[in-house]
Design a protein around this ligand. Structure first.
Ligand SMILES: Cc1cc2nc3c(=O)[nH]c(=O)nc-3n(C[C@H](O)[C@H](O)[C@H](O)COP(=O)(O)O)c2cc1C
Length: 299
């Protein structure tokens, strides 16, 4: 059975990964989750300088999902590269690092730093809804094109553009990323959302608004992956409410090359491993020799 997939020139041993910001790196937990078996690991987004993130509360549970407003809390790129990244590499799965920045210049500095960091690919988070910007890069196809193009020119590894679902037609933004030389697109990030505490007459989140994830968004994310797969040729890393292998297979059949487990890990830390095992069982049962036979079968 062949499970390997490619992003640009890099081969990953299977199509299952974890969505940025949704799992623990602490050794105790990463071994429970069996992350070494995964095709890749996508850690939390890092920025050039440290960020404290948003005021708490930062997470609210909602029907079949959660709204978060973490605000990319992180210790900064240098600290990540010299610390957590070294620990993550010991797990043994290839790393797709995730970066975000306010300016094109910072994206380029981050790219130079990660060129020397020994990661398999670089995901540009162009789509975090929890930063105080008027618009996200990935809400504007020209801005997406310009940043991806500049980064691709500097990068020594495949570049993945992570897109927001908070647009009219996500496939047009994916097309801009492809035209600029991205090796893949990741979709979707969270849907802008909010939850109000009626007794306090205030938002339940310190940041007032946040992003919705989990099974509640799955059918919409699936549609967006399907719509994007009809337009672009580069691989799609799909995420949005994947909790089991059947969910993951839906995304693969809709056109995803890789699938990422996010919010499900908060409920079941072994969800990524279960998704991988379930895909293998499905392939065995249905005599599928190569995962590529399933990618985009839903035309
Ligand atoms: C608590 C939390 C933190 C997240 N942090 C990041 C992040 O740092 N960078 C990023 O690109 N996406 C981040 N995301 C978005 C996820 O990677 C994923 O795109 C989204 O949650 C949809 O997948 P899911 O429904 O399986 O969680 C975060 C999501 C959650 C729930």
């Amino acid at each position: 059975m062949k499970l390997s997939v490619n992003i640009g020139s890099v081969q990953f041993k299977n199509p299952v990964t974890v969505a940025s910001g949704t799992f623990s790196y602490i050794q105790k937990y990463s071994s429970i989750a069996d992350l070494k078996k995964l095709g890749a690991i996508i850690p939390k987004t890092v920025t050039l300088n440290p960020r404290e993130g948003n005021p708490s509360p930062r997470i609210v549970e909602t029907p079949s999902g959660m709204v978060n407003a973490i605000g990319i809390e992180n210790a900064g790129a240098d600290c990540f590269i010299n610390g957590k990244l070294k620990e993550l590499k010991k797990i043994g799965a290839p790393i797709i690092a995730s970066v975000s920045a306010h300016t094109d210049k910072d994206f380029l500095v981050l790219t130079e730093k990660f060129n020397k960091a020994g990661v398999s690919a670089l995901e540009l988070n162009l789509s975090c809804p929890n930063l105080k910007h008027k618009t996200l890069v990935a809400q504007d196809k020209n801005a997406t094109y310009c940043i991806v193009k500049a980064v691709v020119r500097k990068a020594c590894m495949p570049i993945v553009a992570k897109l927001t679902p908070n647009v009219t037609d996500i496939s047009l933004i994916a097309q801009a990323a492809q035209d600029a030389g991205a090796s893949a697109v990741s979709l979707v990030n969270t849907f802008s959302a909010m939850v109000i505490d009626v007794n306090k007459r205030r938002s339940k989140l310190g940041n007032v608004t946040g992003g919705l994830s989990g099974p509640a968004i799955r059918p919409i994310a699936l549609y967006m992956v399907y719509q994007t797969a009809q337009r672009i040729k580069i691989p799609i890393i799909a995420m949005g409410g994947i909790t089991n292998s059947s969910d993951a297979l839906e995304f693969i059949m809709a056109g995803a090359t890789m699938v990422a487990v996010g919010t499900a890990s908060f409920v079941n830390p072994q969800a990524p491993r279960d998704v991988l095992e379930g895909i293998k069982k499905y392939m065995q049962k249905n005599k599928i020799k190569d995962i590529k036979e399933l990618i985009g079968v839903m035309k």
